[in-house]
Write a protein that binds this ligand. Structure first.
Ligand code: NDP
Length: 326
């Protein structure tokens, strides 16, 4: 059984005399900084670029360079894109990692694959909300909080777990429950979703759009049916609320019968080979190596695939449907 931590498991006083340095003020940085400050933590923001510093200053935070923030911070939170973390860590943060400090991540990628390996006396911790930044903030303001994965990769101070839980509590994550995990598990599950579940879903939806429009159905009607009406989003919401099969009671018997009788035949048995292949390249590090090479080469494949996706005819029909139906 997974271990779940709640508010009562955390000791908020552990943050009282510590300074939290939020590095980066984007999706996660802004939400986490605001939640931590509202919970009573002393928060400063370190940024590399003017836009970050201006946004954080206008939200009332003391701002400084990354290097200065790393010097002042007791818990240093690396909340910049994973692709820029290695260089920023090496140049601006590593020189200030003195014993007793903690380096916090919201995703395990760089640590799990060994691209960032802090000195042994440093705590390396993770509080990874399972939610985009705006959701982290809005849930906190609503008094709820979002679930998170919490992990300790390295316990340099001997106090890394209590520190992690105090941090997760101040973020609002232990209100709903923080699940004990590892950097490996968080990264591999995240990548499996990104490499198998999301692409399979995109391919099924866009493939259905192509197939149905080729068979004479109106593009706008197809989009409304597949995802533009938000019925699909509501079904996902209900899966989380009441359960994947329990939510079927919200659909007609015809719908339930049609779904249940086609579960086996809708995808070929080889789909499990695709899952095996996706997990294998995550676990053996070959995807991480491929992604590092892609970055070093200036993103040629990423740029081409993104351009192809954004020029698919479905993009134009989506715009029309949104305009027509508000
Ligand atoms: P963002 O892309 O929102 O980060 C933006 C911040 O990083 C800004 O301060 C931005 O500065 C700065 N930044 C961006 N590019 C550069 C660059 N090339 N050089 C210097 N600074 C740069 O990051 P996220 O919040 O999405 O992700 C942060 C961490 O959280 C990652 O580890 C991610 O995996 C993890 N995570 C993200 C989630 C999400 O909701 N997106 C969910 C859970 C985890 P400026 O504004 O000045 O350009």
């Amino acid at each position: 059984m997974a271990k779940i931590y709640y508010d009562a498991d955390a000791d908020p006083s552990l943050l009282r005399d510590r300074t939290v340095a939020i590095i980066g003020y984007g999706n996660q940085g802004q939400a986490q900084a605001l939640n931590l400050r509202d919970s009573g933590a002393k928060v400063i923001v370190g940024g590399l670029r003017d836009a970050t510093l201006e946004r954080a200053t206008s939200d009332g935070f003391e701002t400084m360079s990354v290097s200065e923030a790393a010097k002042v911070g007791d818990i240093i939170c690396l909340l910049i894109p994973d692709e820029v973390q290695q260089k920023v860590y090496r140049d601006e943060i590593l020189p200030h990692l003195t014993p007793g400090k903690a380096l916090d991540f919201a995703h395990g990628y760089n640590v799990h694959y060994g691209f960032i390996a802090p000195p042994r006396e440093i705590d390396v911790i993770m509080v990874a909300p399972r939610m985009i930044g705006v959701g982290v903030r809005s849930a906190y303001l609503a008094g709820k909080g979002v679930p998170a994965f919490v992990a300790v990769h390295q316990d340099g101070s001997g106090n890394a777990w209590p520190k992690t839980l105090a941090f997760a509590q101040a973020m609002g994550c232990t209100r709903s429950g923080a699940i004990e995990s590892t950097f490996a598990e968080e990264t591999e599950l995240d990548h499996f979703t990104e490499h198998f579940v999301s692409p399979a879903m995109f391919r099924i939806l866009v493939g259905s759009y192509d197939f149905l429009t080729a068979n004479g159905y109106q593009p706008e009607a197809v989009l409304m049916e597949l995802w533009a009406s938000k019925e699909a989003a509501e079904v996902l919401e209900q899966m989380a609320e009441v359960g994947i099969f329990q939510q079927m009671a919200l659909h007609s018997p015809t719908s339930q019968y049609g779904t249940l009788t086609h579960m086996e035949s809708s995808l070929p048995a080889e789909v499990e080979d695709c899952m095996e292949a996706a997990l294998a390249e995550i676990k053996d590090g070959s995807f991480a190596q491929e992604w590092e090479l892609e970055q070093a080469a200036g993103y040629p494949v990423y740029t081409r695939l993104k351009q192809e996706a954004l020029s698919h005819p479905v993009n134009g029909v989506e715009r029309t449907v949104r305009e027509l139906l508000g």
